[in-house]
Design a binder for this molecule. Structure first.
Ligand code: PNS
Length: 165
């Protein structure tokens, strides 16, 4: 059984992430979308909120699980019996960091393979940070985030902008 992990911050999930989930789900027997609980980063959305949004997006895929992890990705992958890490690659700017991460992970666990999926060119410009930036200044993010999470993202941004968070 081929099990792949798609790790990330997903703060929040974007249409670019959804595209990778969609394509990844067709390549592997099981795809685990794993939210990193990173003590060194302060996310806009709590881990629970990010899980909730990802679950709404992954709802229609029977072979996609959503989970959270902390610590090293290779440790989590071992725990889940996963053989593959998948990463979305947008531009050259992603490459250097992702190349380093792939080599570090291979050094730590040579049996774990990292596979890169080229972004759909419709989403080449898209990132969670860009979504937050646009939404914070009142821009339209309708085509940037999955419809399942659109209202939740807007609600959070509105709360933050009005000082309720
Ligand atoms: O969406 P992001 O923030 O670009 O995702 C980064 C992520 C979660 C894929 C990466 O930071 C990660 O794998 N972190 C877990 C810790 C780890 O294993 N690091 C690699 C060895 S130093």
């Amino acid at each position: 059984m081929k099990i792949a992990i798609y790790p990330g911050s997903f703060d929040p999930v974007t249409n670019g992430h959804k595209d990778i989930i969609d394509r990844g789900s067709r390549l592997f027997d099981k795809l685990i979308v794993a939210v990193l609980e990173n003590p060194r980063k302060v996310p806009l959305f709590t881990t629970e909120e990010r899980l909730e949004m990802l679950k709404a997006v992954a709802h229609s895929y029977s072979n996609v699980d959503v989970d959270a992890f902390c610590g090293l990705l290779i440790t989590y992958a071992k725990l889940k019996n996963a053989q593959i890490i998948i990463k979305g690659l947008r531009a050259m700017s992603d490459f250097e960091f992702e190349f380093q991460m792939a080599l570090v992970n291979r050094k730590l666990d040579p049996r774990l393979e990292t596979m890169f999926m080229m972004t759909n060119n419709r989403y080449a410009f898209l990132s969670s940070s860009i979504v937050k930036e646009i939404a914070f200044y009142g821009g339209d993010i309708c085509e940037l985030v999955p419809s399942e999470v659109y209202n939740q993202v807007l609600r959070k941004i509105r709360d933050v902008n009005s000082g309720n968070v």
